[in-house]
Design a protein. Structure first.
Length: 250
């Protein structure tokens, strides 16, 4: 049984990579370059949004854990609203509402109105949405550290920063990684929704090309395989990090 699982773990990714490579080489005509460009935009959007989400998550966790009554209330309202509103609705609200707000401010300052790009709107939307989820991920990881670990660092006379780096940080990393990996996987799939506001990412370009060639199925299969590749690579990467964090925490 273990051998079968091991074989599947090797064969399944190779099959996905091979199918994607074959379709890009022979199945999509002359649209390979366009699809790869769209894939690059999707990847950049996902990574940049994760960076913003991480910053917001750290700030939100800090506010909830020790930011005082006002900051804690703001963080609570932020997470409740974001986690209670569907991603698509939030993206549309930020895109159209942000467009109006920015133009009102620009006119008030004496500047000409301008359009907010779909990429920028998607970046802020996804970053804000998943910042709320990472807030709870980081907060839960910190609360999961036994109080005795903190007291042990103080008893040993370690300076606060050294105690955090040597005692707390390895345990935080181990606790955070699983939740962080899950948020990343869901965030990657959410980038597909940004195409509804006009972003020429992989989904947007595949949809346009599929309609023009009247072969939407082929191009949607390419999209599916690309997201599977991102998922497989991400999963392997986070598993490697988890193994490394176990060594650091040992």
């Amino acid at each position: 049984m273990k051998n079968t699982d091991r074989i599947l773990r090797i064969v399944a990714p190779l099959a996905v990579f091979g199918a994607l490579a074959w379709l890009l080489a022979f199945g999509v005509g002359g649209y390979t370059a366009s699809l790869l460009k769209g894939a690059a935009i999707t990847l950049v959007l996902a990574v940049s949004s994760l960076v913003l989400a991480t910053v917001l998550g750290l700030l939100g966790a800090w506010a909830k854990l020790g930011g005082g009554v006002i900051l804690r209330s703001i963080a609570n309202v932020y997470t409740i609203i974001i986690r209670g509103v569907p991603d698509l609705v939030m993206i549309l609200l930020i895109y159209y509402g942000g467009q109006r707000s920015v133009n009102h401010v620009a006119v008030a300052l004496g500047f000409e109105p301008f359009d907010v790009s779909p990429f920028l709107a998607g970046f802020f939307s996804i970053g804000i949405i998943y910042g709320a989820y990472l807030t709870e991920t980081f907060r839960g990881a910190w609360l999961g550290i036994p109080r005795g670990q903190i007291d042990a660092g103080k008893a040993l006379g370690l300076p606060p920063m050294l105690s955090f780096r040597k005692v707390l940080m390895p345990q935080l990393l181990r606790s955070v990684l699983t939740g962080y990996a899950n948020v990343w996987q869901v965030l990657v799939k959410s980038t597909a929704v940004v195409s509804v506001i006009g972003l020429s990412d992989l989904v947007g370009l595949a949809d346009k090309i599929g309609k023009s060639t009247r072969e939407p199925f082929v191009f949607l299969v390419v999209v599916m395989l690309f997201y599977l590749v991102m998922t497989i690579v991400s999963e392997r990467g986070f598993k490697w990090l988890e193994h490394r964090s176990d060594r650091w925490a040992a």
